[in-house]
Design a protein around this ligand. Sequence first.
Ligand code: NAD
Length: 475
Amino acid sequence: MFINGQWVAAASGKEFEVTDPATGEVIGSVPDGDARDATAAVAAADAAFAGWSTTTAAHRADLLYAAWRLMTERAGQLAELMTREQGKPLKASRAEVAYASDFVKFYAEEATRVTGEWLPSARPEQRFLVLRQPVGVVAMVTPWNYPISMLTRKMGPALAAGCTLVLKPAEATPLCARAVFEIFIEAGFPAGVINLVTAADPAPIGEVFTSDPLVRKIAFTGSTAVGRKLAGAAAGNLKRVSVELGGHAPFIVFPDADPVRAAKGAAALKFLNAGQACISPNRLYVHESQAESFISTMKDRVSAIQAGNGFADGVGIGPLVNEAAVAKVEAQVDDAVAKGAAALVGGHRLVDGDFSRGHFFAPTLLTGVADGMDIYRNETFGPVAPVITYSDTDDVLALANDTNYGLAAYVYTQDLSTAIRAFEGLRFGIIGINDVNPTAASAPFGGMKDSGIGREGSHEGIAEYLETKLGGFAL
Ligand code: NAD
């Protein structure tokens, strides 16, 4: 762990092991922190805040640029570590490292664009000055599915704003977090500004983060259940929160869309990270007039996706994170098939040969999916594309909106009015219109409803780490 400028062991002296999800091999171990370590890290971040928050924006930008350069130079090593620890194919790891680096560069630029306002008053002898200042110590909790970009998406804007931080990465991917910290340390961030606490049991760390009065904000990415719990506890102590949570994205193919292009897009998007993405489509609504062509293209594409070790050539999806994830996907598929869906491709675990050492599920295409099936309502987080055929275009937006989630939605149409109606009518934070990659450092990412509060990326992302201060000046 990294606390107050030093690499340290856990107060307990314990460590926990990290395994490769493709092979089950132990690939490292890290300190097993507890509440004592989290409290020490928060105290270090608090002690560093006065100095760090009064550095110039230009200086903070310089350090972020230095971190960005190092990340770019080490992109290959970071990608290999990610594939080893998280399992995604090497090409996907490289793409994530590039995406993660973009946030560091974007917020190096954005640091110098935090400005105030000089406002008029109705009283002739009064002036108002509005200043934006960092919120203080930020406690961050990140997931395993994007084990580098979810860190930089928080650390970039927090550091640019002048906040200090304590980060707890997911227990499945602490080695990626350690590698990110090594880069930021080498870039020159002073002692106490960035702190890393690893733990096999996250609950005691979460309790410190949400109760310690020195923590002013919680930034979380992960499941809705845990986000709700942390946000609830933080609210009790009036801390600011931003939470990026689960999703259940609809993907709508309108009758005027090109079904082949839509199917190619759906196949590329659904199987990214083996479906372990919060913006992964979980309900593919295909108009009945397009179903045959869409499904046959999907069938070809999904059949061609090879599962395997992310280091092997030609592999399109790696393992799932653990056995519980495989069991959840299997249960959803079995439930759908028992209720009338058909598995046109896959539909089962992969257990033969090398697959037996890891957590693999076959790339799966389900047709005939309907409400009443578990998969229709609950996030899969696995490599399963569920197709629902619909007939009434007037109803499809209502069907798509009928979910507790509100993160991402996708629409395929060639009609401008249909596109605009869908863009305006879908209650989701991110809408891809004929676009399966609507995310970038410059764009606000985040959800509505049970998918979260707040945005990451863009100028909105740094606002999450700033307080507004009003000065009234009587002349
Ligand atoms: P998770 O909620 O179990 O874990 C996320 C993080 O929370 C991990 O670091 C974990 O250690 C920590 N955590 C768990 N219990 C905690 C507690 N009691 N106190 C403090 N920390 C605790 O989720 P996961 O399995 O890692 O990730 C999968 C979920 O994350 C999916 O639902 C997915 O949709 C969501 N996700 C959302 C986004 C987004 O940006 N909206 C991005 C990636 C993943």
